[in-house]
Design a protein around this ligand. Structure first.
Ligand SMILES: Cc1cc2nc3c(=O)[nH]c(=O)nc-3n(C[C@H](O)[C@H](O)[C@H](O)COP(=O)(O)O)c2cc1C
Length: 129
């Protein structure tokens, strides 16, 4: 999808992602059933999780989930995205080394010409707050 590459390669998006204090993740839909895979993460994501970008590109954000992740919440996220709404919530996620942390995150669908081109998330470690 050339269109979608163009959005990720835009100087404005790159600069914003580099400057962000928070983790930034972008996924791209892979089918019409809500499937999606990671196409971008910033340095803040690597700092938060211990995963290098190369390790998560092509995967789903599900790699951050584990036994204590709230399934009802990720179901709500999927429903919010289906309805074109922005999701905001917090749950337990897991770093590359397996250690749990509390994550607060927002996800929104990015539309162009009536179609979802990307899902965009900002994420932060709120452990101990
Ligand atoms: C852009 C984006 C970022 C996401 N980030 C996270 C995250 O940081 N932590 C998390 O637990 N789930 C996150 N999710 C939700 C998971 O992708 C989703 O719950 C997981 O893929 C399982 O979905 P499924 O049950 O439909 O396969 C994110 C979703 C999107 C679209």
């Amino acid at each position: 999808m050339n269109d979608s590459r163009e959005l990720l390669d835009s100087p404005l998006f790159k600069a914003l992602a580099d400057l962000s204090f928070d983790s930034v993740m972008v996924t791209e839909p892979t089918d019409d059933q809500g499937g999606h895979t990671v196409v971008f993460v910033n340095q803040g994501f690597t700092d938060m999780t211990g995963y290098a970008a190369e390790e998560v590109l092509g995967q789903t954000p599900g790699i951050l989930q584990g036994p204590k992740t709230d399934k009802a919440l990720t179901d709500r996220l999927a429903e919010d995205l289906r309805q074109g709404r922005t999701f905001h919530g917090s749950t337990v996620n897991y770093r590359k080394d397996g250690s749990p942390f509390d994550i607060e995150w927002k996800v929104t669908p990015v539309m162009r010409d009536g179609r979802v081109t990307h899902y965009l998330a900002v994420q932060r470690d709120i452990t101990g707050r």
